[in-house]
Design a protein around this ligand. Structure first.
Ligand code: BDP
Length: 715
């Protein structure tokens, strides 16, 4: 009896704590709770029939088994024939003539990675067919189909035809060979270089599954601040082992190429891109890589930026460097992603103008297999930046978007910030390159200027923490990046909805409030860190917390003071005609709006204008009062996020509920820290009291300035 009671108590404890460490990401495949819906799924899905038996098709089958076991409580029978209510999947080359004729017009609409999911009636049988031109297209369709069940949608009368709108959809890992991750806040690198190639961590497979499920088709394994050693023979073997794991999931590997590798690895005296021996070295190295990895994607290069070597060290330019490598990889269909993140300490006027000044004159000069990779804004992944003017200025060059998923400037991995809102804001901006409607999204997906090659990159927020991203909520940003890379026109609300349903629950009592919380979270972080167009006022080096007072760094444009220029007269960076005239880098329709303080959106006010503290905002408040109230609003928003989450306990497993609660509390404390430190600092110049409604700071300015974080992560 006693034993029974004990077991019962133990059982209850287990249920209540229902451990979920977040490892399974959005591929939770939890039992569909709505019984009627589950019964409907079961009645429509009697068996699975696969066409073909490639590795990719086998992976797709495994995923369907895993998915159905979880979602329906049992896997489906694998059937050798197609009977009534059979889920049929495989590439078009295997379709019977009957099926093909029913699907042909849809197949004509997709590209090589697209898919068709269709309810089809053949000889009295009602089937669902998932097909595509390639096995990888089919795999994407399979994940899409599973998502329909995960998000509790109907699977009757299906007619889905979809293709990715961007060709190259990669994650950029800023991972070092010693497993530290530059700007990584989720532990160490998932690449266990020392134990590769012999030991294949299961994580590599789950990483590939997760990426394939959202359509990511490439991964740059190593830091842009590159180590030549990755190109050594021993490491190529290791990279090959990873490439072999990723291949069936449609994922190619890419490496960062250190421009001086011919010297460091090859023992040459120079890395001059026009030197015959240097070119030969890269040719031989590339041949060696392709011998091991026939579908190697190509190179990502950070050159002549922040101390990295590049063609300019030899009196050459970016075109010389990029085109040399492009020619070397071209015979293998490889590409070069050449970063435009360049700025020089010798041009103190305005860092925001430099990349444009340096790259735009080269428009049309890069080889066809070069993508110029441009950060979303002209400074550096700030909580908010106007879109990079290069997007409106290089019609003859494929420009690849670079977003940062890891939150270097947005609270590391503790702050819940739903980044699809940020990404979408940039993608929707109108460059006016070819008149109204020339959005950044159309530049990136190539439709504006008929580009043959298109790409998008996201700096990964992944590490070896058990839940991959440090904070479960930030899995949404990996997911959201992938979904937007597939379709840059998707709405953040749709993405949040999908992700929440797949990751946590379909219960509307959970979905509605938490979705709103996610959608509001991006504006919250802007408010409590950098409202009204402020930017780059974080602390130095590690970039953790506020540091608007920093002004003693060797390079002028590394100092926060350079960006806010606060003094007794006012605050903000004058980038209008009367200042650095960075506005002139935009098409006139955009430039005029930003240039005029009356028409400049207030969210970019201090990005483009230096204004007096008593400048009147649209709501009638003075700039000082308005700024202070924005900081307070940010804090209030995080308090609301905490309140929302505190009611979600009934809908979330104990482990993830508690983890997220703890992070939200940290976020609230840090939001207050940002508000107090920044307002105390700016108050020295404004000389004004805090307006009603803004809480008094908890400490003095000296206290905030004294805080030091020598071991903050990611630095
Ligand atoms: C900055 C980061 C630095 C990166 C650099 C880059 O602080 O760690 O190396 O960007 O993108 O934001 O190259």
């Amino acid at each position: 009896m006693l034993k029974k009671v004990f077991l019962l108590v133990l059982f209850c404890i287990c249920i209540n704590t229902s451990a979920n460490n977040g490892y399974k990401l959005w591929l939770q495949y939890k039992l569909v709770e709505n019984e009627a819906l589950r019964a409907n799924y079961v009645s429509n899905l009697k068996a699975i029939h696969a066409f073909g038996d490639s590795e990719t098709i086998n992976m797709a089958m495994n995923e369907l088994d895993l998915g159905f076991s979880g979602l329906l409580g049992t896997p489906l029978k694998h059937s050798k024939t197609i009977n009534n209510k059979t889920l049929v999947f495989g590439s078009e080359s295997f379709l019977s003539t009957q099926l093909k004729s029913k699907l042909q017009s849809d197949l004509n609409k997709i590209n090589s990675e697209g898919f068709v999911i269709k309810s089809v009636q053949v000889a009295g049988n009602q089937n669902i067919v998932i097909t595509g031109k390639t096995d990888v297209g089919v795999l994407y369709g399979v994940y899409h189909f599973l998502r329909l069940l995960q998000t509790n949608q109907s699977i009757e009368n299906l007619n889905i035809v979809d293709s990715p709108k961007i060709d190259i959809r990669v994650l950029n890992h800023w991972d070092n060979l010693d497993r530290t991750v530059e700007r990584g806040y989720a532990g160490f690198s998932i690449w266990d270089w020392h134990r590769l190639p012999g030991y294949i961590d299961k994580r590599y497979i789950d990483y590939a599954r997760a990426n394939a499920s959202i359509g990511i088709n490439g991964t740059v394994l190593t830091n842009v601040n590159a180590n030549a050693y990755i190109l050594s023979e021993a490491y190529i073997e290791k990279v090959k082992a990873l490439a072999d794991v990723f291949r069936p999931y449609g994922i190619k590997v890419y490496l960062t190429a250190r421009f001086s590798a011919p010297i460091e690895l090859g023992g040459l005296k120079t890395a001059d891109p026009l030197d015959k021996e240097v070119i030969q070295w890269w040719k031989d190295k590339t041949a060696e890589i392709y011998k091991a990895i026939p579908d190697f994607g190509g190179f990502l290069v950070k050159a002549n930026s922040e101390g990295q070597p590049g063609p300019q060290n030899y009196g050459r330019n970016h075109v010389d460097g990029a085109n040399m490598l492009a020619e070397v990889v071209a015979p293998y269909n490889g590409i070069v992603m050449w970063r435009a993140f360049v700025y020089s300490e010798h041009d103190p006027e305005d860092r925001a103008k430099q990349a444009y000044d340096e790259f735009v004159p080269y428009d049309g000069q890069f080889k066809d297999n070069v993508l110029v990779q441009v950060k979303n804004g002209a400074i550096d992944f700030q909580p908010r930046e106007p879109f990079h003017p290069m997007f409106g200025a290089m019609p003859k060059t494929p420009l690849m978007m670079e977003f940062q998923i890891t939150q270097e400037y947005l609270g590391f991995s503790t702050h819940t910030v739903f980044l699809p809102e940020l990404f979408k804001e940039v993608l929707e901006e109108d460059t006016w390159q070819k008149g109204k409607g020339s959005t950044v999204a159309k530049v990136v997906d190539g439709t504006l200027s008929n580009k043959k090659l298109t790409g998008i990159a996201g700096v990964a927020n992944i590490g070896n923490d058990i839940n991959w991203t440090g904070n479960t909520m930030l899995q949404a940003n990996w997911y959201g990046y992938g979904r937007l890379a597939w379709n840059p026109y998707l709405e953040p609300k749709t993405i949040a909805d999908e992700w929440l349903r797949c990751t946590f629950s379909n219960n509307s009592n959970f979905i509605n409030p938490v979705e709103q919380m996610l959608l509001d979270s991006r504006e919250a972080v802007v408010n409590y860190m950098t409202p009204l167009g402020l930017h780059h006022i974080m602390d130095t080096g590690h970039h953790y917390g506020p540091g608007p007072w920093v002004s003693d760094l060797s390079r002028p444009e590394w100092n926060p003071k350079y960006y806010h220029k606060a003094d007794k007269l006012g605050v903000g960076f004058d980038r209008s005609k009367s200042g650095s005239h960075a506005t002139g880098q935009y098409k006139s329709e955009v430039a005029n709006v930003f240039d005029n303080v009356e028409t400049c959106p207030e969210k970019y006010l201090l990005w483009f204008h230096h204004l007096p503290w008593d400048y009147k905002l649209k709501n009638g408040k003075s700039l000082w009062d308005g700024m202070a109230l924005k900081y307070q609003e940010g804090v209030n928003q995080v308090a609301d996020m905490n309140a929302t989450w505190s009611k979600m306990k009934p809908y979330v497993d104990a482990e993830r509920y508690h983890e997220i609660s703890m992070f939200l509390k940290i976020q609230l404390n840090e939001a207050k820290w940002w508000r107090d430190a920044c307002l105390l600092y700016f108050q020295q110049f404004s000389g004004e009291d805090l307006p009603a409604g803004v809480e008094s700071p908890a400490h003095t300015l000296e206290y905030y300035q004294s805080l030091k974080f020598p071991y903050a992560p990611g630095n």
